[in-house]
Design a protein. Sequence first.
Length: 616
Amino acid sequence: MNADYDYLFKLLLIGDSGVGKSCLLIRFADDTFTDSFISTIGVDFKIRTINVEGKIVKLQIWDTAGQERFRTLTTAYYRSAHGIIMVYDVNEKETYLHIDQWLEEIERYACGGVNKLLVGNKCDLLGKRQVEYEMAKSFAQRLQISFIETSAKDRTNVDNVFYTMAEELREKLGSPLTSPDGGGDSGVGKSCLLMRFIDDKFTESFISTIGVDFKIRTMNVHGKIVRLQIWDTAGQERFRSISATYYRNAHGIILVYDVNWMESFLHIDQWLKEVERNAGARVSRLLVGNKCDLEGKRQVDYEVAKNFADDIGVSFVETSAKNDTNVDIVFNTMVEELNEKLASGLPLMATSPNNSAKSLGATVTSWKCKGREMLFVSEKAVFDKKKAIRGGIPVVFPNFGPWSLGPQHGFARTSQWHISQHPKEENGETRAVFSLEDSESTRQMWDYKFRVLYEVTVGKQHLKTTITVENKDEKAFAFTTLLHTYLRVPDVTQTTVSGLKGLNYVDKVLGGKTFTESNEPAKINGFTDRVYQNSPSEHKITNVGSKNCHVTLWKENFPDTVVWNPWAQKAISMADFGDDEYPNMLCVEAGYVSKPFVLEPGKKFEAQQTFSCSCV
């Protein structure tokens, strides 16, 4: 038996959103009250120790969310509860009528014999009552449970609720219960996990990490040698500024809590905010519940944590560094997920979450500038890695337009690219490089040896994409290429493109005839598919992302500019494009397409486009 208390009881507060469950808990645990109301997100948790007839009783009290969307998260807590307090608002009859539904929840999820207590809250609001005391009292008697009316605001009967529950549980359960000693975010076992994984050792002695520790291990994953550099950061607040600087360079972050200490689990939300603030969206995350070997001390049920992990879209593993349960699985899982992410593309982060880019494979699918999304991706776009993505910036190579040898616009848009350089931050920019080389499948369509590098650089207010084509064959080859950029616009009829006046263009809508642009700036008023030849290096495009933003396109070694919008008549024939999406997109594309570029053996071709944004 724990020396600090004689009994440990786990209590659950349930009821509709807004009935005052959180206010009751805060009044009981902290003796404070606030009129401001913020809905509980998932589950909150408090501890208070009380004296019941000379016995020390430790109460662990969970305050659950009443909203339907959190029901799957909170239901997992029913099973481990000794007592459940059902709360309604005496001034809102609907919350009282819903008690029957909450009883069904208890019947479905809680253990048999769980102690129940009915509470009518907010009894201080005179003249607003909708549920009479006698009605609720009679209902509770039929259920053979206790009933108490309370006011968290003026403290009426608040202590009485929890003391009544504790007394009933003590009488019902008889023997004292044990519980784990407290720990913390510092002390959840991060260092022990790392030591077990690297050195296959475990020590019971605990010394807090000072700042950051560092270990290296090399693994073989599917025949590939993977080198892991693992930083073990300090959990204590005073070292947070030191360890936070390590987030930026991490590919994966493992969040660890102690399954025997609820507070460390509840703090995961805070750690997630740290990750978002310092590492951004690109990093892979994995949730670990450590110390699962300590039988009888568990405070966080497996299902609760698993549901939470599923909700935030991360993998979850329970471990014991002490007996080596699942320790290798943690790091293997992270490596597998990183390999999968890197194979299919990855998000890139720039100076802040408001200025970022993401890619799938070598197709940039998002560019945010000052928090505004600047690229269009159709809601019907297909992401099966077989079909080109309808939106973003697909890479067109080695052919622009219909192609008798292969798919329209070439095979680069649907090929498997590789990461040549992982995202690296330098001088306020983040840069990644993708590579594509000839293979048996490409040579069946286009019988040349080649290598294409595609560099994506995102900065504070710009997105730069550079394509380099290298001829590795013994003979020259000719190709066309283009960066098929889909811009997001609020209304395409209000978007203009400058720098086109006086240029000859091939109008594919009108059978490939050549015309001269007479407007400055050019506007879009119908189905548009034009290739502007020998265009200048700079174009300004208005109303991109929002009405008060514009982008400037700079291009190098791309002599052509393609402008495209399918309008209504073309949109209805495109399976991967919504019938009513055409007003919200415009393609303005830098390319080398009017005539093929001939590349000699051993030579390279390089071209670049840069979009910069300006928002009022």
